[in-house]
Design a protein around this ligand. Structure first.
Ligand SMILES: Nc1ncnc2c1ncn2[C@@H]1O[C@H](COP(=O)(O)OP(=O)(O)O)[C@@H](O)[C@H]1O
Ligand SMILES: [Mg+2]
Length: 364
């Protein structure tokens, strides 16, 4: 597929390359990614990626964040004498006009970066060892950025994990009652509201600087890590959601799905159980890298961050249900209600396991 439109796009980037082949790559859900194989064979290959500007409204801001973070990591690798720098951090190529993207006629944003050859991607975590390695990779990524203040980055999705503003949206949805669903769901709503004071403390601690504002990845899935053939981490990829936030977001968000033995829309609440083995491996892997930079307050609140993320997500599902299912794609009538119930149940399960979770962190 050597469509001239693609060659035209690639030509606008500040790099000399000869396209041998350009083909859609992989199964990314958010962006459209193409692999550009080049000639001669020993020349590096590239990836051309169309950023999803419907989800990410501020692509220039996103690319600014990516340039700052990858530049910071690159400088550290070079200073440490790392030989394979281009395999240990993503390399984005600037356009000839100096921007980090190229626009096409339809207003799409295209980016170009180096393809890291000879790597492996794991699609899902099934074993504790994989959880350990994934957590180690994300912990290492945070460690590399620990001396870069969060304030230097742009909040490309404003208030993404701000519990106070999420709570405000939730309360608004109750007041509006757009779909007439409030009265049937009082108990579920009160389970969320009852926890509001505890849960919004995370945002208050960020506001009063009890918690440092760091740089977080915000999409800590294992398929956003490249491994070499021996399962050593090469680097963390998919940096679109990198922005200022609490280190607790990445930890809690990963456990929101990994710590639950059931899917997030499990209708049978008895199936929602805590996956202690995976949680333990993830916590240990994360702490093996993050212990050196986390503050005592952050460490003390790792287990809490998992409850926070479950609460936030329960509230977001419920908000959407009350608004009449306008945000999340639903597969059936009441899907958002099922998701809310499952998420609230998971939150209760995490509360039941609070001591176990805290002891694992203390031992880690
Ligand atoms: N620099 C890279 N080198 C090699 N493979 C990559 C690189 N970046 C992305 N990939 C591959 O492309 C897939 C999709 O890219 P990603 O940026 O994660 O897009 P999405 O946002 O759609 O998940 C990844 O899962 C990985 O397999
Ligand atoms: Mg990805």
């Amino acid at each position: 597929m050597n469509n001239p439109i693609y060659s035209e796009l690639v030509n606008k980037f500040d790099v000399n390359l000869v396209i041998k082949e350009l083909a859609p790559f992989g199964n990314g859900h958010i962006n459209d990614t193409y692999l550009i194989t080049t000639s001669p064979a020993e020349a590096p290959d590239y990836m051309l990626q169309r950023k999803n500007h419907k989800i990410f409204k501020d692509v220039p801001g996103m690319m600014k964040n990516i340039v700052i973070t990858t530049g910071h990591i690159r400088n550290k690798l070079v200073a440490a004498g790392e030989k394979e720098v281009d395999r240990k951090v993503m390399t984005y190529i600037p356009a000839k006009d100096g921007q980090m993207f190229v626009n096409d006629d339809e207003g799409n944003f295209w980016t170009l970066f180096l393809f890291i050859a000879d790597c492996k991607v794991v699609e899902n975590i099934q074993k504790p060892g994989q959880a350990y390695r994934a957590a180690q990779a994300f912990g290492h990524f945070q460690q590399q950025l620990a001396d870069l203040p969060g304030e230097e980055l742009i909040e490309t999705i404003p208030n993404f994990h701000n519990g106070i503003s999420r709570l405000f949206d939730f309360q608004l949805s109750i007041l509006k009652d757009a779909a007439g669903r409030v009265s049937d769901n009082q108990l579920l709503i009160s389970k969320i509201i009852d926890r509001a004071v505890e849960m919004t403390s995370l945002q208050r601690w960020l506001d009063d600087k009890t918690l440092p504002l760091r740089i977080t990845h915000n999409d800590t899935k294992i398929n956003n890590i490249l491994f070499d053939q021996d399962n050593n981490t090469l680097c963390v990829i998919d940096l679109d959601t990198v922005m200022p936030g609490s280190a607790l977001y990445d930890f809690g968000d990963a456990i929101r799905t990994l710590g639950n033995k059931a899917p997030e829309d499990e209708p049978d609440l008895t199936k929602i159980e805590f996956n202690k083995e995976i949680y333990e491996a993830f916590a240990q892997g994360y702490l093996s890298e993050a212990k050196v930079f986390l503050t005592p307050t952050e460490i003390d609140n790792l287990a809490f961050s998992c409850r926070y993320m479950a609460w936030e997500q329960a509230m977001r599902f419920m908000t959407d249900y009350l608004n009449g299912d306008v945000y999340y794609k639903t597969d059936y009538q009441g899907h958002n209600l099922v998701r809310t119930m499952a998420q609230v149940r998971y939150l209760e399960v995490l509360e039941e396991n609070r001591e176990v979770m805290e002891n694992i962190v203390k031992a880690g």
